[in-house]
Structures are given as structure tokens and as C-alpha cells.
Design a protein around this ligand. Sequence first.
Ligand SMILES: C[S@@+](CC[C@H](N)C(=O)[O-])C[C@H]1O[C@@H](n2cnc3c(N)ncnc32)[C@H](O)[C@@H]1O
Length: 211
Amino acid sequence: MNKINHYIDTVFEPQDQLLEEVLDSIKENGMPNISVSPSSGKFLTILVSIANAKNILEIGALGGYSGICLARGFQEKGQLTSLELEEKYANLAKSNLTKAGFGEQVSYLTGPALESLESLAQKNKRYDFFFIDADKGNYPNYLESCIKIAEKNAVIAVDNVLVRGTVADDTLEAIGHTNIMKEFNQLVADHPKLDAILVPIGDGITIARVK
Ligand SMILES: C[S@@+](CC[C@H](N)C(=O)[O-])C[C@H]1O[C@@H](n2cnc3c(N)ncnc32)[C@H](O)[C@@H]1O
């Protein structure tokens, strides 16, 4: 898994100067080093672009790394709404998205994402692309909330579904979210409203289409 990801990163070189600076800013601000991997970020850009998505909802902004990757997929014709628990993180993400040229196309809702999702549903907001990358225990709740406010054929992408390979390889010791994610993966696979597949890029990204 690591070797394959290293190979992908080496051949496709998905990292660039701007994204390097985002990672530096996260470090300088004493925030955790848990942005999506470079290849996962590039994958998100391509997914948004292929889906022709224009109205994206992200859960878990951190410093804006994945936000920039998502926005690069829609370029000047889309909007990103990002839900983030920590105000400090949302502020850094906004600053980084602005540096990347997407400052006018992104808005942040701070506080627990479940509350923000409820408020968006009450306002009848609809989205054509979702990226879930926050507290893993809430993934089933986030999934259901996203389905409620999804356009038909919307795409839902979910990060960290392989938990460093531990969900698939019993010889590896289970870590924090291994069992939670095993259950979540089964939930997605069996979900009557989703058509989904898991892609082993980065820490694993599931892509689902809302029927
Ligand atoms: C893995 S990081 C997101 C990384 C980001 N998507 C990226 O790749 O650039 C997870 C983020 O979820 C946020 N988070 C955790 N619990 C949350 C909650 N209940 N509501 C909203 N955000 C939450 C954390 O503060 C953190 O910034």
C-alpha cells in the first residue's frame, strides 16, 4: 500500500508549491499533519472535474489543503461550503483558499458539523459533491445527512476508509478507527441509496453516487 502510493506520488507528482505552502502553514500554526495525501488531493480535483460538480460541501477543512484540491476541480465556476469545528482552522483554510484564488468561492461554517448540516437542510440547500473527512465516529451520521441534501446523482467521497490498511489486513494491528471504519464500509456498500466503490489511494477513498 505504502509502496504503491509512493510510486503514484513519484510518477504523477501531485504535490506543488502552493500545496507545500499550505502544509507549511499548518505546521507553523501548530495544527495536526492530517491533510489528505497529495495523490488523494489530485484524485479529488479530477473527480470534481469529471463530475462537473459546481456546488461542493466539505466536512473537515483543517488548513484548506483538500479545499484547494476540490476547488481546482470546478475552477472559476463553483462554490465550496466547508464545515469545520475549529474557528482557528477555518480561518487558516480561508486564508489559504484566498491565496489559491478561490477566496470568493468558499464559505466556512464553524462548529459541530452535524449542527451545520441540520441548519443547511432546514434552509433547503442542495449539493452535487460531498467530501467527508472529519471525526470518524460520525461518518454514518454525516453520510445520512449528506444524502438528505444531495442532488440526484451527487457524488459523495469519503477519506480514510482503509485506516492504513488495517480494515483489510488482519495481520496488521487494529488502530483507533479500524472497527468503526469496517462497519462504515459495509454500511456504504449495502446502502440502498448509494452506488459505491472503495479506491485504495492515499488512506483509501470511497466514492459513492447518490441514486
Ligand atoms: C483530517 S482533518 C481534515 C483535513 C482536510 N480535509 C484536508 O485534507 O485538508 C479533520 C478535520 O475535521 C475537523 N473536525 C473534527 N470533528 C469535527 C466536527 N464534529 N465537526 C466539524 N469538524 C470537525 C477537525 O477540526 C479537522 O480540521
